[in-house]
Design a protein around this ligand. Sequence first.
Ligand SMILES: Nc1ncnc2c1ncn2[C@@H]1O[C@H](COP(=O)(O)OP(=O)(O)O)[C@@H](O)[C@H]1O
Ligand SMILES: [Mg+2]
Length: 255
Amino acid sequence: MSQILEIKALSRSFGGLKAVSGCDFSVREGSITGLVGPNGAGKSTLFNLVSGFVKADSGQVVFRGDRIESLAGHDVARLGLRRTFQIPRELKNMTVIENLLLVPAGQTGDRLVSVIFPGWKVKAEERKLVETAREVLATVGLSEKAGHLAVRLSGGQKKLLELARCLMAKPKMLLLDEPTAGVNPTLIRHLMSVLRKVHESGVTLLIIEHNMTVIMELCERVIVMDRGRVIAAGTPSEIQSNEEVLDAYLGGISA
Ligand SMILES: Nc1ncnc2c1ncn2[C@@H]1O[C@H](COP(=O)(O)OP(=O)(O)O)[C@@H](O)[C@H]1O
Ligand SMILES: [Mg+2]
């Protein structure tokens, strides 16, 4: 079975602190894989390294057979590897759909397509972009909010919009950093069904998640990090009964 993402001996320190330290694992193409571990384990830093937001001190990141650890963020995104942030990025003071039209695939910087300004000439390419935005809104369940101001959305809906922005570029793989954090239980159910839909459309998912229900129900495989490295990997039920994993979590609580 082919691996879409391979992390090899990846390391990154901040000052004296080894945030990610000799980290090794891979993600199967077409899977939903969970990434768990106590706070400070290095999970978000790992996402920053993979997505080109932070440079590695050493080690490799291989995406679909190509080394990407030296690439800038927008070049990684252009290859079809996108990520969401633990805390959703600032939304522009625009409607929901306008926030999606801001993201032309693979370009640096923001450019709002002219289609949203009345009177401007609408090009076929831009009509296509609007069509994609409508499809993406339907996928995440925000169609009815298309014309609403994005800043007025609830916390959970903002996370759906963040996901929608990633989907605009039709990625091959998504890195999701705590997608359910701060989301109410009803919306968590909805988010899980959205993630299943996205997965079924052919996108490989790697999800940092503290909610064990989400991990157990969605993930075929779980990778556990502690102190910058992988301490265990297996099915959700294998992970739940792994002593080293339990120790890591208990250590994290008492620390
Ligand atoms: N940009 C940074 N500068 C300094 N320290 C950082 C930076 N990013 C992360 N760290 C540190 O690296 C460690 C791992 O953090 P992080 O990757 O956010 O962990 P997790 O997401 O697993 O909770 C933490 O001790 C954190 O304070
Ligand atoms: Mg984090």
